[in-house]
Write a protein that binds this ligand. Structure first.
Ligand code: 0RQ
Length: 495
């Protein structure tokens, strides 16, 4: 079967008001780029003609601006899940224009199969190559593509020439059976492959192919600064110490690391610490620092869901593909983030918090309890099930007017039961085996910024005589309220 070549506009004509559309990719890596822009233009034309046009948008994780940004600006998003990081979409979510529900990324594909979100009308899948019988070589991100393509009534392929066909074999496509027939997932090491190198799509469902060569819309990182460097170094020396104590095996364990500037600095510090041996990653996002460390021999293998690197770095990987091909595998997020595998492989997980409280509860998603930042992403999949879970954050935000450590988180994503270690540029709070009062003392003394130590010690004084957990309900959000009223948490007075 040879597939019809479509213009982006022809492809967009298959997408109608109220459709639920699932997109390939994970982060901007592998996300469709030209069809979403054409859908946005169609929405604008429909709105101008006085007709409604909004679609449900499901993707692997965040996407590029051509997808989330274009659709948000065109007021074309009815609902959105599971994760986003686009400024315009975030504004639409926080102003009530888009219904957003935040999900653990590992759970999305199975919940689509369980029928929790209704029918998947159309899937738009970015491909490096496609055979006449519908065998697709995916690009730099896998996400929910296998499930999206299988469930969707219609599929549109974006064939992107930035990705050479020779990357066939980079992907390991596997979809578990659903309960009551599910079996254990046989990934026993980060390298193990259990699926197919290609995604097989029923050719009868493929409406056509849109050709393009748009690069992944991946942003760069801010250079490592004093604070992120110190956080990275604190993480590396803490983990090196755990090897010294015999808690982490001397061969080390696979690392999962979140995305962003802090995660980038942490990986750099792990790579340069002489007491940490070359290691493997079992993570969701393979970011640029992983590639650098691989070239230096500090990382020997990386299993992920996406290669979220800048276009020049991706080109470099493709140019040196003989070097990289046995060091990388990209899996569906259902497998890269699978809680069963996280527990089995014994991952050391390192994620970033927006705020933490003095008991070790973590808010990864909401500013001041109400405003959505990005979403929980994979942080819950990994943290809850890890060998050792670490959360990092700078001790203060907004030029010091906000303490990232507060009496009680204003929104909770990870509970004290899952969080073992908190690390800021100030130091390390090891929470293992500690009661709530001991945790509070460890966090205040080791992680809190000097400007806020007395403020938080003052809070603990209020709680004297409290039973198991030293919490003062009438004061627990006073630091947040102080920021909202005076603009600086340092002005908090407890009496
Ligand atoms: O806002 O840019 O407006 O100043 O939050 O903070 O310090 O730049 O940190 O880029 O690493 O993001 C948790 C959001 C951190 C991210 C989070 C403000 C701060 C700034 C960003 P401005 P930084 P990062 C892998 C795993 C959840 C998902 C996850 C995230 C902005 O890491 O989304 O872990 N994590 N997934 O000023 C008010 C506070 C604040 C605050 C920071 N206490 N109060 N604002 N900010 N702390 C990825 C995937 O799953 C795909």
């Amino acid at each position: 079967m040879s597939f019809k070549i479509l213009t982006p506009e022809e492809a967009a004509s298959y997408i109608y008001h109220d459709a639920t559309v699932a997109f390939s990719g994970f982060t901007p890596a592998g996300s469709p780029k030209v069809v979403p822009k054409a859908i946005a233009a169609r929405a604008e034309a429909e709105h101008a003609a006085g007709r409604e046009f909004k679609i449900g948008v499901i993707s692997g994780a965040s996407t590029g601006d051509s997808l989330d940004g274009s659709l948000a600006r065109a007021n074309a998003v009815k609902f959105r899940t599971p994760y986003q990081s686009n400024k315009d979409l975030r504004n639409s979510i926080n102003s009530g224009g888009v219904e957003y529900f935040d999900m653990h990324l590992s759970a999305l594909a199975q919940e689509m199969r369980y029928g929790f979100f209704g029918d998947i009308d159309v899937a738009v899948i970015e491909a490096a190559d496609i055979s006449p019988n519908g065998e697709v070589v995916l690009t730099s991100g896998v996400g929910i593509s296998p499930t999206a393509a299988r469930l969707a009534k219609r599929v549109i392929i974006e064939l992107n020439k930035k990705h050479p066909a020779k990357i066939k074999g980079l992907h390991d496509i596997y979809e578990p059976l659903d309960p009551p027939y599910r079996k254990s997932i046989p990934v026993h090491t980060p390298e193990m492959r259990i699926g197919d190198p290609v995604l097989r799509i029923d050719p009868a469902k493929i409406m056509g192919i849109v050709e393009n060569d748009a690069p992944d819309e991946t942003g760069g990182f801010a250079p490592v600064d004093e604070v992120t460097q110190k956080i990275g170094d604190n993480v590396a020396s803490f983990l090196a110490g755990e090897i010294g104590k015999g808690i982490i095996p001397k061969e080390f364990l696979p690392i999962q690391s979140g995305v962003g500037n802090i995660a980038n600095a942490v990986l750099g510090s792990l790579g340069s610490n002489p007491e940490i041996p070359p290691f493997k990653m079992y993570t969701e996002v393979i970011q640029e620092s992983v590639i650098e460390l691989m070239r230096k021999g500090e990382i020997t293998f990386a299993s992920g869901c996406s290669l979220t690197v800048s276009p020049p770095v991706l080109e470099g990987i493709y140019e040196d593909y003989d070097f990289f091909k046995d060091k990388l595998v990209l899996r569906p997020q259902e497998i890269s983030n699978n809680p069963e595998l996280v527990r089995q492989l014994g991952l050391i997980t390192i994620n970033t918090a927006i705020e933490a409280d003095i008991f070790g509860n973590i808010n990864s998603t909401h500013v001041l309890g109400t405003k959505m930042m990005n979403g929980i992403g994979g942080s819950g999949d990994f943290t809850r099930n890890s060998f050792l879970s670490v959360f990092t954050c700078p001790s203060v935000a907004k030029g010091g007017a906000i303490s990232a450590i507060v009496p009680l988180v204003s929104h909770q994503d990870h509970s004290e039961h899952s969080v073992k270690v908190i690390i800021t540029e100030q130091g390390v709070a090891d929470l293992r085996g500690k009661s709530p009062r001991q945790r509070a003392e460890a966090i205040i003394e080791n992680c809190v910024h000097p400007d806020y130590k007395d403020v938080l010690r003052g809070y603990l004084k209020l709680t004297e005589g409290a039973p198991q957990t030293p919490q003062a309900l009438n004061a627990a959000f006073k630091m947040h309220i102080e920021f909202l009223t005076s603009g600086d948490m340092k002005n908090t007075k407890w009496e």
